[in-house]
Design a protein around this ligand. Sequence first.
Ligand SMILES: C[S@@+](CC[C@H](N)C(=O)[O-])C[C@H]1O[C@@H](n2cnc3c(N)ncnc32)[C@H](O)[C@@H]1O
Length: 308
Amino acid sequence: MPDHASPASLRQPTSCHSAERVADSRVIADREFARFQALIHRVAGIWLAPAKKALLMGRLARRLRELSLSSWTAYLERVQTDTAELVHMLDCITTNETQFFREPRHFELLQERIFPRWRADADQGRRARRARVWSAGCSTGEEPYSLAMALLGAFPPATGWKIEILATDLSTRALERARAGVYAAERAERIPAWLLEAWTEPAGEPDHVRVAPGARELVRFARLNLNDAAWPALGRFDLVFCRNVLIYFDPPGKERVVGQFLRHLEPDGHLFLGHAESLTGTAHPVRAVIPTVYVHAPRPGRAPASRR
Ligand SMILES: C[S@@+](CC[C@H](N)C(=O)[O-])C[C@H]1O[C@@H](n2cnc3c(N)ncnc32)[C@H](O)[C@@H]1O
């Protein structure tokens, strides 16, 4: 997986993510793999390259056994008629690797340039003391909670800023863990010490911490499939983080989703993508601030109405 920033020790697999060896009789035939590829692409936008066949088998083999199904074709038929099983399969095939304060340059940009600008604009009456942020593909919650802590560090509750963070993902299992907000202390070590001290608390189990209520209450989690043709009404955001998600999409899918993000981004709002998800060479109305972070610069006459 294209995730150079995550040492193995920081990975948090969900239960079907412990890949297992598959008996020879259960090897997926090429035509069956092609059906999985097409189905997963159509539903989730995720393109499974042929090299991912072993990964798919490893992640779903146990499920076939649990359901007493004797073939991959039988499982394919099951997911096509059973929505709950389809959701389960998507949970299994998504890669949920993440970290607190991943890609530190992104957080430096927030602290050094974006937040001071918001503060100055608010002081001069050019914006409300309000910030809306979306973590799209939030996995097990480390990204939205990092954003919550960074925002609370810059705009402490006493300053009167109203902060809202929407955190969405396709994986119901990842969202369940995210909502719990409990992490191994080893993972939490990536949180800057002063924020760790201020915004986490003992979790009641050894070597774990829980994100403190003051940070948790800023974040609203919801399941949202970015590949859906229509998204629910979400309003506009100052920041959209969608990092290390679109790398699994094919180029037309990525183009479509980025176009949708821009319709949900304030003029001058920022879109943060993962380090391998550059928009270089696309026609989107954006300007790069640093590599893979873009400011929304709608063309004259096409500026969406701001909420302010
Ligand atoms: C590698 S994780 C990235 C997590 C986090 N953004 C980060 O950079 O640390 C990718 C996440 O994208 C989610 N995902 C994949 N396809 C998706 C889709 N079609 N809609 C919403 N989320 C999706 C996966 O479930 C997974 O949690």
